[in-house]
Design a protein around this ligand. Structure first.
Ligand SMILES: [Zn+2]
Length: 273
């Protein structure tokens, strides 16, 4: 059972999905609303309610067809109960997980890029890594869905050739192990007090994660998924080296310079002989 019409991050979604056993991922685009229509009233819950109403009243379904809607900003809105089969692709609905990507991705219409594409790729990668099939609607229906501008070969290439930093496991309160240690160490280095680096994701680590998420404008759910990992990675790389190591490097360079100068003097001496 999932909460109805809740806006969640990709990290939150992957955490929820871990409790289910969907056998394939279905990708759709909403076509309507397209991005332009959405941004005239950028209220995810308004559009989710409109789609649910349409699916129930026009299509005669007993709920909205998709499990989640993927918004242009990369977040998701939960729809149908994750434990129920979607109304997605005829003949393939059993144990499938269905996503409607908000937009019209036919050639010449909305761009498929930015955070929305990133979330789609991360979600597909999660399924692909577990050996589950990624099905575009058009593979099994006479449609262009999820949009003729999205080439499946290129899409799957991005899903599989992804940057390793997104391949970190999703961590949350109760997680244990080496990756939790790496997380605690990174948070401590960045000045968020995650406590002892013990590999146990407890309340202290959780509040440090939430503080980090807040500072980085991420959803503050305390769950460390691909977006939080990527932000941590970026923050660690941006850390200035500490003064001590800079001074010892300068001393090292100073000594090398002295050595070179004395070699030059020796060569000059030998030439003037
Ligand atoms: Zn479709």
């Amino acid at each position: 059972m999932n909460d109805l019409d809740k806006v969640i991050s990709i990290d939150g979604l992957l955490n929820m999905l871990a409790k289910y056993n969907h056998k394939e991922l279905h990708l759709h685009h909403t076509w309507r609303p397209d991005h332009e229509t959405y941004f005239k009233k950028p209220d995810p819950l308004y559009w989710q309610a409109a789609m649910r109403r349409y699916h129930k009243e026009n299509n005669g379904w007993n709920d909205i067809g998709q499990h989640v809607t993927l918004l242009p900003d990369g977040r998701f809105v939960t729809g149908r109960d994750f434990g129920r089969d979607p109304a997605s692709i005829k003949g393939y609905n059993t144990k499938a997980f269905a996503v409607e990507m908000l937009g019209d991705f036919d050639i010449g219409r909305d761009p498929f890029d930015g955070p929305q594409k990133r979330s789609a790729i991360l979600l597909a990668r999660w399924f692909d890594k577990r050996g589950r099939y990624i099905r575009f609607h058009r593979e099994s229906a006479a449609k262009t869905c999820p949009g003729s501008s999205i080439n499946k070969y290129d899409f799957m290439k991005e899903v599989r050739d992804g940057d390793d930093k997104y391949a970190q496991p999703t961590l949350r309160r109760g997680s244990r192990g080496e990756t939790v240690k790496a997380l605690q160490d990174a948070l401590n280095k960045l000045g968020y007090k995650a406590g002892e680096v013990d590999g146990i994701f407890g309340p202290k680590t959780e509040s440090a994660v939430k503080a980090f998420q807040k500072a980085n404008k991420l959803v503050q759910d305390g769950i460390v998924g691909p977006l939080t990992w990527a932000a941590l990675d970026k923050a660690i790389k941006a850390l200035k080296p500490d003064t001590g190591s800079v001074i010892s490097r300068l001393t090292e360079l100073e000594n090398k310079t002295k050595q070179i100068l004395s070699e030059i003097q020796n060569i000059k001496k030998s030439l003037s002989k």
